[in-house]
Design a protein around this ligand. Structure first.
Ligand SMILES: [Zn+2]
Length: 257
């Protein structure tokens, strides 16, 4: 039968489309996984940035603490100088003036000691937070390492699977008429050129017509079109979504799809 050949071609084309849809989803996973790995690594990097910032804060607090301690030490030297001078001054005014200087140094010391206490508390808090972050980052690193390894394993499996499917596809392709498969490949290529087309590729070039409805756009196939398509004499396209129609045969004993 002449029309049997086109029906078979449509069946083969539909099979090819199914194979390609599987290949497409493998391809998508292959593209998604590296991004998932990147996200995991970004999680660790975020912890590293937090730790660096807090370490910087701690270093600043410790530096300020050292500066305040040095201030007290310098004040002690100065105080001793004033006290030595006090032993040699002759006037009461000069003695009292030195007393005031010493008092001023004492006040400065009190202030510095208060500041040191605050800084020490801050340093302790930062050290505690850093220890917590250290524990967290180690957990995060472990988790990332395990999950990354799983992802890499999945990548390897998918790559092997893709290689096998491509080989099978190559062997399958000659079964289909060159005209039909060229039309199919041209359509895929055109769709892949645009962002919106990529979604169309997923729903396919060829649409199954079952129960009088187009399987892609879910709209009822016009009776005249359906009749035409069921003859399998020439390619018939869905009037609404423009897919090539592969319709259920009138005779139920013919395999479909
Ligand atoms: Zn349609």
């Amino acid at each position: 039968m002449a029309n049997e050949s086109l029906r078979q071609q449509l069946a083969l084309l539909y099979q090819l489309q199914k194979r390609d849809s599987e290949l497409l989803s493998i391809q998508q996973k292959l593209q998604t996984i590296p991004r998932q790995i990147e996200q995991l690594e970004a999680g660790v990097a975020k912890y590293e940035a937090d730790i660096a910032a807090k370490s910087e804060e701690l270093a600043e607090a410790e530096k300020a603490q050292r500066a305040r301690t040095a201030e007290i030490e310098m004040n002690a030297v100065q105080r001793e100088k004033y006290q030595t001078e006090q032993r040699t001054v002759t006037s009461n005014e000069a003695y009292t003036a030195l007393d005031r200087q010493i008092e001023f140094l004492d006040e400065q010391d009190d202030e510095a000691e208060d500041a040191i206490l605050v800084l020490m508390e801050e340093s302790d808090r930062l050290k505690k937070e850093l220890a917590e972050l250290d524990a967290e980052i180690n957990q995060e690193k472990e988790k990332t390492a395990t999950e990354t390894e799983q992802f890499r394993q999945e990548l390897r499996t998918l790559e092997t699977e893709r290689g096998e499917k491509l080989k099978q596809r190559k062997a399958f392709l000659p079964k289909i008429d060159k005209v039909r498969r060229d039309e199919y490949h041209r359509w895929i290529k055109a769709q892949l050129a645009s962002e919106s087309g990529r979604a169309r590729v997923k729903s396919g070039f060829i649409a199954l017509g079952k129960d009088g409805t187009c399987g892609t756009c879910r709209i009822a196939i016009q009776p005249q079109t359906l009749k035409e398509a069921q003859k399998y004499e020439k390619p018939v396209y869905c009037s609404s979504c423009k897919r090539l129609l592969y319709v259920e045969p009138v005779t139920p004993d013919v395999p479909f799809p």
